[in-house]
Design a protein around this ligand. Structure first.
Ligand SMILES: *Cc1c(COP(=O)(O)O)cnc(C)c1O
Length: 383
């Protein structure tokens, strides 16, 4: 079956990636990060597969993303860490969502919401350790931990974890962040807090910086089978790409030497040749920016993308190959199956694999397959 356009999501690959990473990393806890609709793969199906493979925490950025997972029936431990200034903390507390705390103000808002509900809020304090994004500044650690300990004593709060995030800039920068994070853990202990979870590493540090593993790692890109590194591909890390973006050839056209192709005639044929039209465009997440080196797989052969990518479509120069309307086209997938990688598309577009998979648009249906559950589509294949 050749779909017009689709993203095939292999849930068996998610499980294999999670199991492989857990084995390598060996921490007591593993968080699967499924923010941004599971990096474009579908948050709920990926979350379920990751939990089946032994992940025991889920992580998202926004409370809304966490509530969507709860509405899908997922009751696993779940942390949300990036909050709207007007966030509905009560809804999150009522849904048993752990809340990242990045300021004294958030700590007070969360505790007030817990008091109104007569519930205990579970929080994890995010420390600023060098990235300069979200997180409590070191100057405020004593105040935040002191206040949190006081709220714990009156039964309004439980500080379940302390965490931060690395810049992955250099070994020296990451070591400085680890040293800073250790000072933060000491400050929490000084305030009388006993935290179950300390976590600093995302996929990159989980793989290459054992000192950053603590009691939990937060695995995002790796569970999707993509490498966080420019010097090691998925296969080198023992990971299987989860998403295959594909479509079918919508038209085939012969053109003459000198003919221009697509808007602005960025490309002109050097010789008489044949073009195949692929029905995915920037509305579907195919990058519009310069695509020197982007290729697609048709009938077992990789062909170059030529000319400007439009909103709904782009062209491929197939030369003299026998390509027909309806033939299957793979934009990216598993290189072990001959497909270009998301990382190669990233390199061609001046970006990274994270950006390529996450941007796949809402118009592209996701189709879930699960090799372990049989041969065909996963049961309940809707996210
Ligand atoms: C997105 C994110 C992660 C996951 O990072 P990967 O590089 O995809 O593994 C972990 N922690 C935080 C705070 C994040 O925002």
């Amino acid at each position: 079956m050749t779909a017009f356009r689709e993203a095939v999501i292999d849930l068996a690959a998610v499980r294999a990636n999670v199991a492989h990473l857990r084995e390598l990393v060996g921490t007591r806890h593993t968080m699967a990060v499924v923010k941004a609709n599971g990096y474009g793969h579908g948050a709920a199906p990926v979350a379920r597969a990751a939990l089946e493979a032994g992940a025991d925490w889920l992580g998202v950025a926004d409370i809304d993303e966490a509530l969507t997972l709860r509405a899908a029936g997922i009751d696993a431990p779940l942390l949300a860490w990036l909050h709207d200034p007007d966030a509905d903390f009560a809804a999150a507390i009522a849904a048993n969502i752990d809340l990242g705390v990045s300021s004294v103000q958030q700590l007070r808002q969360i505790t007030a919401a817990a008091t109104r509900l007569d519930r205990i809020a579970h929080v994890q304090v995010k420390l600023e350790t060098g990235l300069n994004r979200n997180g409590v500044d070191e100057a405020d650690w004593a105040e935040v931990f002191g206040l949190a300990a006081a709220f714990e004593r009156v039964g309004r709060l439980r500080v379940r974890g302390v965490f931060s995030h690395l810049a992955n800039t250099s070994p020296a920068d990451d070591q400085a962040a680890i040293t800073s994070f250790d000072r933060g853990l000491a400050a929490a202990a000084t305030a009388g807090l006993t935290v179950d979870l300390a976590h600093l590493a995302s996929t990159a540090a989980a793989l290459r910086l054992p000192a950053a593993r603590y009691t939990m790692v937060r695995l995002g890109i790796g569970i999707y089978g993509q490498s966080p590194f420019s010097d090691a591909d998925s296969a080198a890390l023992g990971l299987t790409p989860v998403m295959t973006l594909r479509g079918c050839v919508a038209a085939v056209r012969q053109i003459a030497a000198g003919d221009g192709v697509s808007y602005d005639f960025l490309w002109r044929a050097a010789t008489d040749t044949t073009l195949a039209l692929v029905p995915l465009g920037y509305a579907d997440g195919v990058p519009r920016q310069a695509l020197d080196g982007a290729r697609v797989l048709i009938n077992g052969v990789q062909f170059p993308v030529v000319g400007r990518v439009a909103m709904d479509q782009f062209l491929v120069d197939v030369g003299t190959a026998a390509v027909a309307v309806g033939d299957d086209v793979v934009l990216f997938g598993d290189p072990a199956a001959g497909a270009p990688s998301a990382a190669e598309w990233g390199a061609a577009a001046g970006t990274i694999n994270y950006d390529i998979v996450t941007r796949v648009g809402a118009r592209v249906p996701r189709r879930y397959i699960d090799a372990d559950a049989g041969t065909g589509d996963a049961a309940g294949g809707q996210p």
